[in-house]
Design a protein around this ligand. Structure first.
Ligand code: AR6
Length: 186
C-alpha cells in the first residue's frame, strides 16, 4: 500500500470565505504587527474572536511593532474558527516587480508548507496572499503560488490536500489558469 505521507497533495481551488473552512490550518495574509487589519486578516480575526488577537499580542516583537517580518510566519490556534490553526504570514507589497516581490511571495508559500509539515498539518488553505491591499497582480501571484507549491511538494510533505481559497470568480479563474499552465505535471 502507498504511504499517504509520501503522496503528492491534491491541489484544489475553492471559492468563498476562508474562515468557513474546516481544515487543519488556514493561512492569514497579515501585516507585520499581527494586530489585525482589513481584508482576509480582518475576516479571520472577527471570526476567531478576541482570543486570537490576545494570542497574537503575546508573540514577541522582533523590533518595535513587528511580530512577523515580511516573508516569515507565526502559528496560532484557530480559536472560534472551524480551522484548528492559523498560520499568519506577511506577503510583499507590490512595488512594480523589481524589488524582490516574486522571491518574497514564493518564500511565503514554501516556508508555510514547511511550518505546516512540522506541525502535523495535513490540510491547509491559502488565500491569495498580497492580491488585495498589497496590490500584487493576480495572474503573476497565482502563478508564483501554484508553481512554488508544486515544486515544494514533489518532496514528501505529509500534506494531503491544499486549498487555494478564492474570494471571487476572478481569483478562482486566475488559479485555474495557473494550474492549467502546469499542464499534466500533476
Ligand atoms: N476569505 C478568502 N479570501 C479573502 C477573504 C476571505 N474572507 N477576504 C478577502 N479575501 P488582502 P494582502 C481575499 O487585502 O493583499 C490587511 O489589512 C482578497 O479578495 O486581505 O496580502 C492586512 O492586515 C484578496 O484576493 O491581503 C495587511 O495590512 C486576498 O484575500 C494587508 O491587508 C488578499 O487580500 C495585506 O494585504
Amino acid at each position: 500500500m502507498t504511504d499517504p505521507a509520501r503522496m503528492e497533495p491534491v491541489l484544489e481551488v475553492v471559492e468563498g470565505d476562508i474562515t468557513r473552512l474546516a481544515v487543519d490550518a488556514i493561512v492569514n495574509a497579515a501585516n507585520e504587527s499581527l494586530t489585525g487589519g482589513g481584508g482576509v486578516d480582518g475576516a479571520i480575526h472577527r471570526a476567531a474572536g478576541r482570543a486570537l488577537l490576545e494570542e497574537c499580542l503575546a508573540i514577541p516583537q522582533v523590533r518595535p511593532h513587528v511580530r512577523c517580518p515580511t516573508g516569515e510566519a507565526r502559528l496560532t490556534g484557530g480559536h472560534r474558527l472551524p480551522a484548528r490553526h492559523v498560520i499568519h504570514t506577511v506577503g510583499p507589497v507590490w512595488y512594480g516587480g523589481d524589488k524582490g516581490e516574486p522571491a518574497l511571495l514564493a518564500a511565503c508559500y514554501a516556508q508555510r508548507l514547511r511550518l505546516a509539515q512540522a506541525n502535523d498539518i495535513r490540510t491547509i488553505a491559502f488565500p491569495a496572499i498580497s492580491c488585495g491591499v498589497f496590490g500584487y497582480p493576480l495572474d503573476a501571484a497565482t502563478r508564483v503560488a501554484i508553481e512554488t507549491i508544486h515544486v515544494e511538494t514533489l518532496q514528501p510533505t505529509g500534506i494531503a490536500r491544499i486549498y487555494f481559497c478564492a474570494f471571487s470568480k476572478d481569483v478562482a479563474a486566475a488559479y485555474q489558469r495557473a494550474l492549467s499552465a502546469l499542464g499534466t505535471a500533476r
